[in-house]
Design a binder for this molecule. Structure first.
Ligand code: AMP
Length: 421
């Protein structure tokens, strides 16, 4: 029986890979201008890392993680997000002792057992940026700015920025009290999950996707109305810096971002073009996480961008650059093929794209393949040419053909192909 891939876990085929590489290269360029360095973290972590950071009663930890015991019985999880791992690595390698290690980015796959649909997959890719040990509102504004600059560079259309403040433990207490009271009044209308959340982690009711709960949440008290003076002035600071950078925003008091570790400013970049999956990227401050995971008490902020959603939104007209010169060797007959085989390797060593046919097909069939591969030049080598000590070089754009002596042909081809670039 045919073995297919897993639902919601997709292949990225060669025709699409160019877009992915381009998006990654733009991220690397822009993020490094902002002082970010790449960090590569593992796909697998101990389950407790995510349970403790993301929060036991979040959808991700409760329902979506790929968790299994390994052969030693240790419970492991395929990472559902990157922040927890970057923080873990920062603590583990004592990077706080090195003042050049403050801003990180990482690119790679994440795993969540969600219901697959357009823009939502079980393996998906994120570009993450994290900043540690800086708590000035300027940093929050700068991180948001970097996210928007990146989306603009990719030409993602109609992006809007939504922001909110999740306060701090001080403002959460009175808020939680008032939210719990409200939820108590409407508890008979809540779904069974939210009945439970009401008692364990009432803020998570804001994540609920069940329609009656969504309706009730719209009427619920919001954290923004309970901010303490420090959080209020911090949020004012972020808004002021956003405005000074020319960034427009909408304040969305109902946006709580699905993970427990957030505090103060959170944000999402939204698009109207992806139906229900309208968030292209999002993030926020998570000042307590480092300490929760056993590290120093350092503030942090960051964001994650969903790459599949970016790819869906890329302008079809984007021209991804290919190698400008592509040579195809059309060899006719055994002897010629052997000679061509050698030329191909020599040219590849010198950084030239070369492809050839290994199946001794007709010249016509080989020319067709050259065309499909987008060859700019074809070198035709047949017995007649070999006898004369030449090969024929055809320029596919101009259809001009000329004979080139086999003696010194590699150097000659290099010169022609490079100068035509
Ligand atoms: P989150 O880590 O949930 O804040 O998500 C950050 C970004 O990752 C979102 O804005 C999406 O663009 C993307 N994302 C999250 N979950 C998925 C998923 N299941 N499939 C595709 N993209 C996702």
């Amino acid at each position: 029986m045919l073995i297919t891939g897993i639902k919601g876990i997709n292949d990225i085929l060669p025709d699409d890979v160019g877009k992915w590489q381009w998006v990654e290269s733009v991220a690397r360029r822009i993020f490094s201008n902002f002082g970010f360095q790449e960090i590569r973290i593992p796909l697998l972590e101990k389950t407790e890392l995510f349970a403790r950071s993301i929060g036991e009663s979040t959808d991700i930890v409760e329902k979506e993680m790929y968790t299994f015991p390994d052969r030693n019985g240790q419970l492991l999880t395929l990472r559902p997000e990157a922040t927890a791992s970057v923080v873990r690595a920062f603590i583990q390698h004592r990077l706080h002792l090195n003042p050049t290690m403050r801003k990180f980015y990482t690119i790679g796959p994440m795993f969540r057992h969600e219901r697959p649909q357009k823009g939502r997959y079980r393996q998906f890719h994120q570009i993450n940026a994290e900043v540690f040990a800086m708590d000035d509102p300027m940093v929050d504004a700068e991180v948001i700015y970097m996210l928007l600059v990146f989306l603009e560079e990719l030409n993602i259309p109609d992006v809007t920025l939504h922001i909110n403040s999740m306060g701090c433990p001080d403002c959460r207490q009175p808020f939680r009290k008032s939210l719990t009271e409200y939820l108590g009044r409407v508890s008979d209308k809540l779904c069974s999950d939210c009945q439970r959340r009401r008692l364990t982690n009432p803020l998570r009711i804001f994540d609920c996707k069940v329609e009656p709960c969504k309706q009730l949440v719209r009427e619920a008290p919001v954290l923004l109305d309970y901010l303490c003076n420090d959080c209020l002035s911090n949020f004012e600071g972020v808004k002021e810096h956003l405005t000074s950078l020319g960034i427009g925003y909408t304040i969305d008091p109902h946006m709580v971002r699905g993970l427990d570790y957030y505090n103060r400013t959170t944000f999402e970049a939204l698009t109207p073009h992806l139906g229900a999956q309208n968030a292209v990227g999002g993030g926020g401050r998570y000042d307590g996480l480092m300490e929760t995971l056993g590290g120093p008490d350092l503030p942090a902020t960051g964001f994650a961008i969903g790459m599949e959603r970016l790819i869906l939104l890329l302008d079809e007209k984007i021209e991804i650059e290919k190698d400008s010169n592509r040579l195809f060797l059309a060899c006719l007959g055994n002897e010629c093929q052997k000679r061509g085989f050698q030329f191909a390797q020599q040219l590849r060593l010198r950084n030239i794209f070369v492809e050839m046919d290994y199946e001794s097909r007709s010249l016509k069939a080989q020319m067709r393949r050259a065309d499909k591969l987008g060859a700019t030049h074809v070198l035709i080598l047949g017995d007649d040419e070999l006898a004369k000590g030449v090969a024929t070089l055809r320029n596919m754009e101009t259809s001009v053909q000329e004979d080139i002596p086999l003696e010194g042909i590699v150097e000659e081809l290099l010169q022609r192909l490079r100068s035509a670039m």
